[in-house]
Ligand binder design. Sequence first.
Ligand code: MN
Length: 284
Amino acid sequence: MRICRFNDNRVGVVRDQSVYDVTQVVAEQLGTFSYPLPRYDPMIAQLSTLIPLFEKAVQGAQPIALSSVKLLSPIANPGKIVAAPVNYQAHLDEAIAEKETFSRHHVRQIHESGLFLKANSSVVGPSEGVDIRFPDRRNDHEIELAVVIGKKSGPVSAANALDIVAGYLIGLDMTVRGPEERSMRKSSDSYTVLGPWFVTADEVGDPSNLSFEITVNGEVRQKANTRDLVIDTPGLIEFASKFYTLDVGDVILTGTPEGVGPVKAGDKMRATIERIGTMDVDVR
Ligand code: MN
């Protein structure tokens, strides 16, 4: 199933070119919360209960044209966003070659540098677009397969890692180039774009063979396949889970391939991942 968040925090099921509003089901099923609020995503935590209810609600709902809605991040408040630096060999090679752009101490093998965290305040949906924070510096697009955790987990082996995945999204790990720590340069407001909708794991199948690409103003910038990841999705989940408890709704950005490049206000990005979809994101 493809689940989106749209307009004024509505929840919808996406079918072909239509959205079916199922917000009422979520409201009834999730109820209210008291302080302290849960650290996990309550909608993703109840997916197995919600999906049959969504299915029923779609039957009675009017289709809304997908092109007419404003798409927000399907995961509203990820507890944490774990991200993989230089996780495609060809991107490591380009980073080593371009010494002017890629700060020397950031360019290392992922096994050595490990993972990093992005602030969840940086999350937006495709229709919100990216606000360039430092127009005088280089701001790059990085398209990445994004994994959504569906089961709270301590250390998990790669062999069992896909059992805790709820589904997938497209992630844009927008980046200011420069010498600061990654978590700072990649956590400005709107520098994590998640969308266009959440696709449940059963619809995606094997995450280790997905073609994807991003164009800027119609020009292809990055085009790759997740089979070329240095550490694949199960391996990243294992790696992250050694360090952190993974909570439901946590997002893992799996890393970006070669072809990262700058964007500026006025640019139009279009990101596509096989079996997930396509999202248009404007730069302002
Ligand atoms: Mn990245």
